[in-house]
Design a protein around this ligand. Structure first.
Ligand code: MG
Length: 255
């Protein structure tokens, strides 16, 4: 007799497909199994110079211009570009990519204002907003205190980072982010929530955490159905934070 999966079991099964599992179509060490594409790996950044992105990455900011970015209402981004970096121009607004992204590997480098100005959330605050909705906090958390789920590499208002791996103001810092967008059923129910992994300066800060919904200040709003891809944005929180060497790799289902 064949077993039928109940609907909840089926939903659970489908949602688990997002986690890579051994593919039963291939025997162990099967010589017929297709080989992955060959790419050229990038190079690591130093304080003096940004590294080279992997050959299959989309470069969102290579140090010269903001052509991949737009300001509010699709206007040109008004942030400053100089000497290989871009810098938040306070009160000029968030900027977002012209292209939408969902599941991705994202590399971002940032430097906090030196000498530091302000305290807590007012000290070098910006943010990387996946899909414009889910913030990985950018903040000067070097010898500077704020609430745990609001410091650098926190998923804002939801997950403090595992460690505070912040470098001093003026130093270049890196975020390497793996993001899986949420998926929704046709009726709008959450099929599976968004998930984020963050390495801050090469150290694991967020380990595949499941978000409760979009990030927000003093609240945890529920998910609302969205497309699988939306523009990525960077926050203007009125502090002149710098960014350089931003690149992204789109991920396929199951990766
Ligand atoms: Mg922020």
């Amino acid at each position: 007799m064949r077993t039928m999966l109940s609907l909840p079991a089926l939903v659970l099964f489908v949602s688990q497909l997002s986690i890579a599992q051994v593919d039963p179509r291939w025997k162990p060490n099967d010589p017929d199994r297709p080989l992955p594409p060959v790419i050229e790996a990038g190079t690591a950044s130093t304080q003096d110079a940004p590294g080279r992105p992997p050959s299959d990455a989309i470069v969102l900011f290579g140090g010269k211009d903001l052509s991949q970015w737009a300001g509010e209402n699709g206007m040109d981004a008004k942030w400053k570009v100089a000497d290989g970096y871009m810098e938040v121009v306070p009160h000029s607004g968030y900027i977002h990519t012209r292209q939408p992204f969902g599941d991705c590997q994202l590399h971002v480098e940032f430097a906090e204002p030196a000498p530091p100005v302000g305290e807590g959330q007012g000290r070098g605050n910006s943010g990387v907003f996946l899909m414009g909705l889910y913030e990985v906090q950018v903040l000067d958390s070097y010898q500077s205190k704020t609430y745990a789920d609001g410091q650098a590499s926190a998923v804002y208002g939801q997950f403090p980072p595992q460690v505070n791996a912040s470098r001093a103001p003026g130093q270049w810092q890196t975020y390497d982010i793996i993001f899986h967008a949420p998926r929704f059923e046709k009726d709008g129910k959450v099929l599976r929530p968004a998930r984020i992994t963050v390495l801050h300066n090469g150290v694991l800060a967020q380990d595949n955490v499941e978000l409760s919904g979009p990030t927000a200040h003093h609240e945890r709003p529920p998910y609302k159905p969205t497309p699988d891809k939306l523009p990525l944005s960077l926050q203007d929180h009125s502090n002149p934070v710098r960014f350089r060497n931003i690149w992204i790799r789109e991920l396929g289902e199951g990766q």
